[in-house]
Design a binder for this molecule. Structure first.
Ligand SMILES: CC(C)(COP(=O)(O)OP(=O)(O)OC[C@H]1O[C@@H](n2cnc3c(N)ncnc32)[C@H](O)[C@@H]1OP(=O)(O)O)[C@@H](O)C(=O)NCCC(=O)NCCS
Length: 149
């Protein structure tokens, strides 16, 4: 098992195949459509061409993708930061401590870009993800709130 950089020609399909699962787990009303997948494919192609702005790292299990992390350099009113946009382990690789390896790879990338803050969004009910992020040192700084109408 090793963490390595994303290789578009080798990994594109495996990352795209994970997108429906990733979003379905985090957004209860999400429906995975061909349009969504086409958009994600386009985002991924662009990201693959911009490795300084996009750190994508693969957890490689003897040539098979066990999981990946995708962190992007972004800017907002508070300055530049690393946005951990996607963290994913295939189901059989979860709950073994491998999520922490992905988080470390993402944070190493953010540091290498000279940035001091990593930020992410997570669905409150995604307990495994919330626990991973808390263990990794993330704390709540803003709430997104909603109510049914
Ligand atoms: C989010 C996700 C990456 C978290 O992965 P994970 O496997 O739960 O997290 P870790 O790899 O850090 O594993 C930690 C758990 O494994 C357990 N574990 C078992 N063996 C372990 C070991 N050798 N070392 C460390 N932890 C181990 C830990 O006790 C911990 O369980 P706990 O949270 O109940 O205390 C994973 O659930 C996932 O891919 N989910 C689907 C995609 C997703 O929702 N991504 C987040 C989007 S915001």
């Amino acid at each position: 098992m090793q963490i390595r950089a994303y290789r578009p020609q080798h990994d594109f399909r495996a990352l795209l195949d994970a997108q429906c699962d990733l979003y379905q787990l985090n957004f209860p009303r999400f429906i995975c459509t061909p349009v969504f997948l086409a958009d994600q494919a386009q985002r991924l192609r662009v990201a693959g061409r911009r490795p300084l702005e996009n750190g994508i790292f693969i957890l490689d299990d003897n040539g098979a993708m066990a999981g990946f992390v995708w962190v992007a350099v972004r800017m907002d009113l508070q300055g530049a930061y690393g946005s951990v946009d996607q963290v994913y382990l295939k189901p059989q690789y979860r709950r073994q401590g491998l999520g922490s390896l992905l988080m470390q790879a993402a944070e190493d990338f953010v540091r290498r870009q000279g940035l001091k803050i990593a930020r992410l969004y997570v669905t409150q009910e995604n307990h495994d993800a919330v626990r991973l992020y808390e263990r990794s040192g993330y704390a709540v700084t803003r709430y997104e709130m909603e109510r049914p109408l």
